[in-house]
Design a protein around this ligand. Sequence first.
Ligand code: DX5
Ligand code: ZN
Length: 236
Amino acid sequence: MIRLAPSILSADFSKLGEEIRLLENSGIEYLHADVMDGHFVHNISMGIPVIESIRKMTDMTLDVHLMISNPEMYIENFANAGADIINVHQEACVDGILSVVKSIKRLNKKAAVTIKPQTNYTSVLDILEYVDMVLVMSVEPGFGGQSLIPSTLSKVFNLANHISKHNLKVDIEVDGGVNASNISDVLNAGANVIVVGSAVFDAPNKARAIADFNDIIYKFEENHEGIDFWKRRNKK
Ligand code: DX5
Ligand code: ZN
């Protein structure tokens, strides 16, 4: 199953509730929340109170992307705040990411390992059996509205092949610079959770932008129904 995960970093925070309702009314099921601490990345965005407030007003799957140093210190806070999926950067886990992943799973949340553009995909292969998703950054983390770095899609392709070959049940999320003209490349590489920020929230008509993305995804799934890799990936 391919899903869009709109990133609220690009939303109008003065009417966040309204923006989230629009996503719900457009059939969106995943909400991507970018948490930045001004240390791991050179930006500060939102924290636990925002996740708590969003949790109160929607049943959408909260896909929380932690761009913070020492994420292990905050896993429980974000789990209690209502995160459903907690994405931690492999580069932020100085004592190794496996213990952080295991603590997320112990809290009955989905665990995702995240890698920056310059981090090799091979660095996460040994923990794929423990995670629910790999988040491949297609831009340098820290800001919305950047351009997708095409070379990151070869990491997606290699990860997708490894996951398929080892028959793992791991989603691949791509995050950064995705728009209507490159989403097919992202899907062809093997991603099945697609973050879209500015391409939705900066669009003149947000609902239309989402509908256009959904048309592309629907056609892609129709054309790839027969391929073993996709059939296997879609079986959850
Ligand atoms: C960047 C964030 C992304 C970003 C996506 O550090 O992780 O989720 O908000 O926004 P766009 O789609 O505009 O690149
Ligand atoms: Zn993100």
